[in-house]
Design a binder for this molecule. Structure first.
Ligand SMILES: [Mn+2]
Length: 378
């Protein structure tokens, strides 16, 4: 049994608001699908955040449809669960569910055991449970009682495990049922693995940097999982078509050398990279001069941004060195204004992402629902 495990494809996301970056995401996804077909895997498992938003663009839906169709034509089943990006905060049918209804893919996020291929492999998955619903999820995980006559067991979840990333904590490893061969995880965008009992817990990570990952060098890919032996064997396969992110740090005084440095370092790249330049300077740097020099790299890259790290004269302090944890500061400020953390979390975690997308209707629905719930509870 060979599986291609992928997650966090965020189809339809448009990093840097550039059409080229949207295409990069589809290209990465298709590279994974090509590999599944070429290597004749038995199944593709998608561990959630298939789309970037619960209301994906027509293009994103079509690209997923074309990919799933190609897999179908080669007899490869597409199994999936849902991430928070796929699930609307107001009641609606998740978009990826369409392909389940059409019989082209199989949704396994409802916790029902699915036996694949002559009782050889058990697949069981859960859709994303938000932090407030994790208590429920833990109970569901405890209640899993896999049949004894299956050879291999795979659990599919879209959750943050504290042992992998303390800030993304939603569950601990010991909340996971033991004795599974493979834990196909989604949610964290960096690839990471740990063994657990006789099994392996694995996050493939996102397939291309999403907007909130910023500009940094990366390795993105998916996992080829061989479940034919007693222990799962996992190969991380890097996406070859990735558009590189390049970061340069340079002293203000040496800024004239930047164009040559960039030229030298991008030789051989098939796609124009995304570039970030950090300039070490002191108070009084000439920003017009910086902008002028930087404009000379605009033809060499798809996009660039720059920032000056001001070095104070007492040498010990850098203005930008201690970046505050923006999310935490935002939450605390909101709690100060609104009076409690629960309301603040509602505003920041639930409403703000929708407002960022201009989805005012959903926000109104959600505020009404919250209001109605509060009446029920009093
Ligand atoms: Mn994600």
């Amino acid at each position: 049994m060979q599986i291609l495990h992928i997650s966090d494809t965020h189809l339809g996301c448009v990093p840097l608001n550039l059409k080229e970056r949207e295409e990069d995401v589809y290209e990465a996804f298709n590279e994974a699908v090509d590999t599944a077909i070429k290597d004749r895997v038995d199944a593709v498992i998608h561990a959630g955040d298939i789309f970037h938003t619960p209301k994906p663009s027509g293009t994103a839906i079509n690209r997923l449809g074309e990919a799933v169709k190609r897999l179908n034509e080669d007899g490869i089943r597409f199994f999936f669960t849902l991430g928070e990006h796929d699930i609307s905060r107001v009641r609606d049918t998740p978009s990826p569910y369409l392909f389940h209804r059409l019989g082209m893919a199989t949704y396994i996020g409802d916790g029902k055991p699915y036996i694949y291929k002559d009782k050889d492999t058990l697949l069981i998955g859960f859709h994303k449970h938000r932090r407030s619903e994790c208590y429920e999820l833990v109970e569901k995980l405890k209640a899993i009682n896999p049949p004894h006559d299956v050879k291999r067991k795979v659990l599919v979840l879209h959750q943050g495990l504290g042992e992998f990333h303390p800030y993304a904590y939603e569950l601990s490893i010991d909340h996971l049922p033991p004795n599974f061969n493979y834990y196909a995880m989604g949610h964290l965008h960096d690839h990471a693995m740990k063994s657990y009992g006789n099994g392996i817990i694995c996050y493939p990570g996102s397939i291309d940097p999403t907007p909130n990952e910023g500009i940094k060098e990366f390795r993105k890919g998916f996992c080829m999982v061989d479940l034919s032996g007693d222990e799962a064997k996992v190969d991380f396969v890097q996406i070859r078509s990735s558009r590189r992110h390049m970061r340069y740090t340079i002293e203000y005084e040496r800024l004239d050398e930047l164009v040559r440095i960039v030229k030298d370092s991008i030789i051989g790249l098939t796609k124009k990279p995304v570039i970030e330049v950090r300039i070490n300077g002191r108070d009084g740097v000439d920003r017009a001069r910086i902008a002028n020099i930087l404009s000379k790299i605009s033809d060499l890259c798809l996009y660039y941004s720059w920032e000056v790290d001001l070095v104070r004269s007492d040498k010990s302090l850098r203005l930008y060195e201690d970046k505050p944890d923006i999310e935490r500061v935002l939450l605390e400020s909101a709690a100060e204004v609104l009076g409690d953390h629960a309301t603040a979390s509602f505003a920041i975690d639930e409403l703000l992402p929708l407002l960022n997308n201009g989805d005012v209707d959903s926000v109104v629905d959600l505020v009404w629902k919250k209001f109605e719930d509060s009446l029920k509870n009093t």
